[in-house]
Each structure stands twice: as structure tokens, then as C-alpha cells.
Design a protein around this ligand. Structure first.
Ligand code: SF4
Length: 326
């Protein structure tokens, strides 16, 4: 049996705006296993980034985590609900045991400090080095690991002196600097050129293998999922609609939305000649559709779909779907 490192149960986040309460994610539940790459996929605005940020309480006003649990299994076998920790306690874990790589390296790095300072700072703050001198020495090693040429010189560079790909390598370096148990990568290659994307994905895979890190990958790119993930959760309008292994999702998708998603993108594991769009648009999450949130766009919708919220059910070992058809 795979060992869970995170158990997310009924995670719910709302944003309190002047226009109304945006129900960004509702009762989201999934497990992440030790050492795997778990992908959260879905189109823009489906709630995948909000889910990833809520795992360590990184939700800012006007957002609020209004329910759920995130059970974290520590190395010593004990467990803790990350949502019950104080800000001081969660800071001890965030960046050290659970680290993030965000989408835009330009926004992630501070233009006023050298990249060496920013890598060293992550270790000094979490006391994984004894002082700044050791931090800077480790920063050079980290730049070497993330394949930055001439790291002794580059460590003194400011972010503006580097290309987008190099900056994203630095952000990955900051992410892995404390050897985290879980690395959450939120669209880590979206802001980069296609050729650089492939290099960054290779690098992340290699670092993950080397440090035996659990990777949670947030992406809308099914090609990246096929290349990187062991298991996949598909999100639609703030809900998880299907979870399975990468083979189950690509070869035997069950949920009508997952099927539509795969027909709408070039499928790296299959042959599809004509790409099809999913009719309609994503719903307004201030007033989401009753019952199944996908029903206004679903060709199989029936009366029960308009009234009853489908629960995630296990259809075959490890393959779950939330749809009244099953
Ligand atoms: Fe379509 Fe109904 Fe399944 Fe929702 S529950 S995906 S509307 S068939």
C-alpha cells in the first residue's frame, strides 16, 4: 500500500468580494503519496492554484479557508492538521518541509537582492545552515545543481542579469535548498519558451529522484502531466471530478469533462486527428450551477445531475470519479 504524506479532506476556500462570495473550491479531497508526482489539472480558474496554496494556509484576504483538513504525515510517523497550525508554526513547515515553486520567476525573485542572497536567505531563515557564510557557499552548490553555468560568478548576479529560464532555475534552487519533503510546483514552466520548458521539467525530475521528494504539480498542460505525473486529479469549477493513475486518466477517462479535456488538446499517448472544444464556458463561482457543476456543458446531463452533487466514487482500484453516470 502506498503511504500517504498528505490527506486533504473537504478543503473549502471562499473569497469574500464586493460582487459576492466566490466559492473557489468546495469540499476538495485527495491523498498524495510519499515520493510520487501528483498532478492537479484543469483549465484556468478551476481552483487548482487556490487548492495548492491552501495546503499551507497561503490564502490572503479576501480569501478564507472555511473548512476541511490537511493531514500531514511527518517523517517520525506523527500527523498534524496543517490548517490548525498558528502562522508561526506553519512558517516552520512552509519553505522547509513543504516548498513552492511559483509560475512567474520574475515575480518570485526580489530585484533588489542577488540570487545568492535569496537562496542563502531561505536556508538561514530555516536554520538549515549555521550562518550566512555557509548559506552563500551552499548557494553556489545549488546553482551548480540547477545547471547554472559559472555558479561562483552567477551567485552575485541580480535577477535582471539572468534570462527567464535561468531565473526559473534559481527559483527551483530556492525551492529545493532546504531539501523539502514536498515540493509544490505551480505552473513552473508556463512563463518559459518551449525548449526551456523541457529542460526545466528534466531538471525537476532529476532533483526529485535525487532527493526522493514528493512533487505536487499544478498545470493545465496535459503534455506535462503525461511526461511527469504518476497520478492525476482533474478539477472543474472548484471541485475534483476524477482521480487516477496517469494511465487510467489518459487511456480510460471516465468523467465527461476529462474526456472533453483530452479531446481538446493533442493527446501525447493517443492519436486524435481533430481537436474539439468543450461547448459553453466555465461557470461563475459566485452562483455555481446546482447539482453537478458541469451539467450546463455536459452532453449526458439528466435531471439528477441538475439536483444532486455527485460524490467521488472508486470505480476501479485507484480510479475515482464524481459523476452520476457511474
Ligand atoms: Fe454530466 Fe451528470 Fe456526470 Fe455531471 S454528473 S458530468 S452532468 S453526466
Amino acid at each position: 500500500m502506498p503511504e500517504p504524506i498528505l490527506e486533504v479532506r473537504d478543503l473549502t476556500v471562499h473569497f469574500y468580494t464586493y460582487a459576492g462570495i466566490v466559492k473557489a473550491i468546495e469540499k476538495v479531497s485527495f491523498d498524495v503519496y510519499k515520493g510520487e508526482t501528483f498532478a492537479l489539472v484543469g483549465e484556468t480558474g478551476c481552483g487548482k492554484s487556490v487548492t495548492s496554496r491552501a495546503l499551507t494556509q497561503l490564502i490572503e484576504s479576501p480569501g478564507r479557508i472555511v473548512g476541511g483538513k490537511v493531514i500531514y504525515h511527518r517523517d517520525d510517523g506523527s500527523t498534524v492538521d496543517l490548517l490548525k497550525l498558528s502562522e508561526e508554526e506553519i512558517r516552520e513547515i512552509r519553505g522547509k518541509e513543504i516548498a513552492y515553486i511559483f509560475q512567474d520567476p520574475h515575480a518570485s525573485l526580489d530585484p533588489l537582492y542577488t540570487v545568492g542572497y535569496q537562496i542563502a536567505e531561505a536556508m538561514v531563515v530555516h536554520k538549515t545552515v549555521k550562518d550566512w557564510k555557509e548559506g552563500f557557499k551552499r548557494a553556489v552548490d545549488i546553482l551548480r545543481q540547477v545547471l547554472i553555468p559559472d555558479p561562483e560568478k552567477r551567485v552575485k548576479n541580480y535577477p535582471h542579469e539572468m534570462s527567464g529560464g535561468m531565473k526559473q532555475r534559481v527559483v527551483i534552487g530556492i525551492g529545493v535548498s532546504n531539501n523539502p519533503r514536498i515540493l509544490i510546483a505551480d505552473e513552473p514552466t508556463t512563463a518559459l519558451d518551449v525548449t526551456v520548458q523541457a529542460q526545466i521539467l528534466d531538471l525537476m525530475n532529476e532533483l526529485k529522484r535525487k532527493y526522493n521528494t514528493t512533487l505536487i504539480l499544478i498545470t493545465h498542460n496535459m503534455g506535462v502531466v503525461a511526461e511527469m505525473a504518476d497520478r492525476v486529479a482533474v478539477m472543474y469549477a472548484g471541485k475534483i471530478v476524477e482521480v487516477g493513475s496517469v494511465d487510467q486518466i489518459f487511456k480510460n477517462p471516465l468523467h465527461p469533462y476529462t474526456k472533453g479535456l483530452l479531446r481538446a488538446v493533442p493527446n501525447p499517448l493517443g492519436k486524435i486527428e481533430k481537436l474539439e472544444a468543450i461547448p459553453g464556458t466555465v461557470p461563475n463561482l459566485i452562483t455555481p450551477p446546482a447539482g453537478c457543476r458541469f451539467h450546463p456543458r455536459c452532453p449526458y446531463a439528466s435531471e439528477v445531475c441538475r439536483q444532486k452533487i455527485p460524490e467521488l466514487k472508486e470505480i476501479e482500484p485507484g480510479h475515482f470519479v464524481a459523476c452520476h453516470l457511474y
